[in-house]
Design a protein around this ligand. Structure first.
Ligand code: COA
Length: 353
């Protein structure tokens, strides 16, 4: 069996910078509040009509393809992780295929809906196909257009200040180099608290999970079959993401260390062997907590949430690309990536670079 290596990386960040101060024009918030609780200083938001999550992904993918020394036509499988796709359906995988101009090859395109863990989920899926030799050049991307779907008013401030737009991509290939490549991956989920961090509408639940259906934006007395978006949802802003921030924080600081320890234990390493941990950039305070629990030095932990906010499925490939650009990933280094997010879903991987 082969091992899987990351042969190319790429990222795309929209040009428009939105500082914490800029957010004050939309909502009651302050630079101090955001910085103290999240470490975020600024994020990038798309201008409407400029790009989408799939077009940003194409830009990141082109760089990854170039770095891997292949042509777009050589990609034989696309895996796309996002929670902010262009359409309800079809998924972003086929959109990306079209943007890259590789529809003639008729390769498969898979869409992953695991939110902040989407990239790690995609990595585990890709790893299985590369190891068995089924595919040779898998394009895995994470991309998010969050700013197009958040409540940018005081009502939504607990969520909207956290998130930014962007895309990251990798090309995965087989390697026979002794000891190198993806050593282990672990992915997990627990749906018992699925709504703690969720965007239920638009959706086809029709009020099924709501104690009082009207709370979810439906009229229980109506037998009209249409459930996707109701007037009440629009009027009462029920179409935006919802998060119980403190509950998410508490679970994240438990699951991140747990899944990193598991990754190291199964690959036979210890935290002191790790050159760099690249966590999903959820909140700087979460990453600092994880760093403390695992007793990692500052130089073993990569953080860039200060500049980009939380870019969900895009955050790890963006961070990996940036770490490489900054010379922080060297040949032979031991990397750990880890993610946690809505679902809850979480996962990790150990990679010998
Ligand atoms: N600016 C100013 N005040 C804000 C605010 C903002 N952007 N957002 C919320 N507040 C207010 C609240 O309304 C509340 O006011 P009140 O006490 O008058 O009711 C107060 O600040 C405290 O809110 P709370 O939600 O308890 O704050 P917190 O200390 O838990 O911090 C988060 C909120 C979101 C920063 C924090 O819970 C968090 O980071 N959680 C994890 C989120 C995460 O990582 N999600 C992604 C996982 S992948």
């Amino acid at each position: 069996m082969y091992k899987t290596k990351i042969a190319g990386v790429g990222k795309f960040i929209p040009e428009k910078v939105v500082t914490n101060k800029d957010l004050e024009q939309y909502m009651e918030t302050s630079d101090q509040w955001i910085r103290e609780r999240t470490g975020i200083e600024e994020r990038h938001w798309l201008k409407r009509g400029e790009d989408t999550s799939s077009t940003m992904a194409a830009k990141a993918a082109k760089d990854a393809i170039k770095m891997a020394g292949i042509e777009p036509e050589d990609v034989d499988f696309i895996i796309f992780a996002t929670l902010s796709p262009d359409y309800f359906f079809p998924g972003n995988g086929v959109m990306l295929q079209r943007h890259l101009g590789i529809t003639k090859t008729e390769i498969p395109a898979l869409d992953i809906r695991n939110q902040c863990s989407g990239f790690v989920y995609g990595l585990e899926v890709a790893d299985q196909f590369i190891k068995t030799g089924k595919y040779k050049n898998i394009l895995l991307v994470g991309a998010e257009y969050h700013s197009g779907g958040m409540d940018i008013s005081t009502r939504g401030r607990g969520i909207s200040v956290l998130f930014g737009d962007g895309a990251g991509a990798v090309i995965l290939q087989a390697t026979e180099e002794e000891g190198k490549g993806i050593l282990v991956t672990h992915i997990h989920s627990d749906g018992s608290q699925a709504e703690i961090l969720s965007a239920k509408n638009p959706g086809m639940h029709g009020g099924y999970y709501d104690e009082e259906a009207s709370e979810g934006g439906y009229d229980t007395n109506s037998d009209h079959p249409f459930v996707l978006v109701t007037e009440k949802m629009l009027n009462e802003s029920l179409i935006y993401p919802f998060m119980e921030g403190q509950a998410v924080f508490k679970t994240a600081v438990k699951k991140f260390p747990e899944v990193i320890r598991k990754a190291l234990a199964t690959s036979g390493y210890d935290t002191k062997d790790v050159n760099l941990v690249i966590p999903h950039q959820a909140n700087l305070r979460i990453s600092q907590f994880v760093q403390k629990i695992l007793r990692l030095r500052d130089d073993q932990m990569f953080n860039n949430i200060q500049k980009y906010g939380n870019t969900t499925a895009a955050s790890i490939p963006i961070a990996l690309t940036e770490a490489i650009e900054q010379g922080k990933v060297k040949d032979g280094d031991l990397l750990v990536i880890a993610a946690f997010g809505s679902g809850f879903t979480w996962g990790s991987a150990v990679i010998r670079w």
